[in-house]
Write a protein that binds this ligand. Structure first.
Ligand code: SF4
Length: 272
């Protein structure tokens, strides 16, 4: 549902397209999209693959099933993003004011700790995998503060009831079977090398980009949008001139306002 409202170039969203007659369906899992394809053999079903390392393995499993079941009218538009390259890009930016990272618990169930090791070893920045309950977040913040106080940065797991230090190797293997890293565009941050996932060439028939000969449009920066500065820890969300005016959870301009986990959306909810 959130995704329908995100504006693309020119301010148009999937909701606009839907209102103009495009067939846009909300599904609760990629498997539902595959069932839709199986039930509509005369139509091509394109599943919009978004999210991070958490969701991509499920999409890979669906692609595997499409192959096994010979469902040929199904493909994926892969706009998945990878967390570690984005963290590295943030830290490589001299304007980044982030001193420590609260690492996402759901992504870490797949990745484990190792892909974040560079935070401490190369950049001397703490990284703490946190959970979603208030006590989980407080514990992670506490560990971060201790590391900063002691000048002893490390990558640690404060959410062991869900995250294994080695992550989920089977999910990663499935991911690597179907996807490979590719450059990706991030709102507010621009193009980050190898920070997205593209279908491997051997699965071109399942790749909407190839199959429908699509090109991603150039997306110019939005005037007044400060998403990049929020992500770099340079300003708090209310300092963005669009916050709560043009940009609200009902009319999001940037990704930080889209889901309830977004920093701007969380601020907005708190302010209410
Ligand atoms: S208020 Fe909207 S436009 Fe401004 S930084 Fe947040 S998400 Fe981006």
């Amino acid at each position: 549902g959130d995704l329908l409202r995100v504006p693309g170039p020119g301010g148009r969203s999937l909701k606009h397209a839907q209102a103009q007659g495009a067939r846009v369906e909300i599904v609760y899992s990629p498997l539902d999209a595959l069932s839709l394809a199986a039930a509509n053999p005369g139509h091509t079903v394109v599943f919009l693959g978004i999210g991070f390392e958490t969701t991509a393995p499920t999409v890979a499993a669906t692609l595997l099933m499409a192959r096994q079941r010979h469902i040929e009218n199904f493909c994926v538009l892969s706009l998945h993003k990878l967390v570690p390259p984005a963290l590295r890009a943030l830290l490589d930016d001299a304007a980044c004011a982030v001193e420590a990272f609260l690492l996402p618990g759901h992504v870490s169930t797949i990745l484990g700790l190792r892909p974040y090791g560079f935070l401490a070893s190369e950049y001397h920045v703490p990284g703490v995998v946190g959970g979603f309950e208030p006590a989980d977040i407080l514990l992670a913040l506490c560990l971060m503060a201790e590391q900063l106080r002691d000048k002893a940065p490390a990558v640690v797991n404060a959410y062991p009831r869900a995250v294994a230090d080695q992550g989920n190797p089977r999910a990663r293997a499935l991911l690597e079977q179907f996807f490979q890293p590719a450059d990706a565009l991030w709102r507010g941050l621009g193009r980050i090398p190898q920070s997205g996932l593209a279908l491997r060439p051997e699965y071109a028939d399942l790749d909407a980009m190839t199959r429908l000969d699509l090109r991603l449009p150039q997306v110019p920066p939005l005037p007044a949008c400060r998403c990049g500065d929020v992500l770099k820890g340079r300003i708090a969300p209310p300092d963005c001139p669009l916050f709560g005016k043009k940009c609200t959870p009902a009319t999001p301009v940037g990704p930080c306002m889209v889901s309830t986990e977004g920093s701007c959306a969380a601020y907005f909810k708190y302010a209410e």
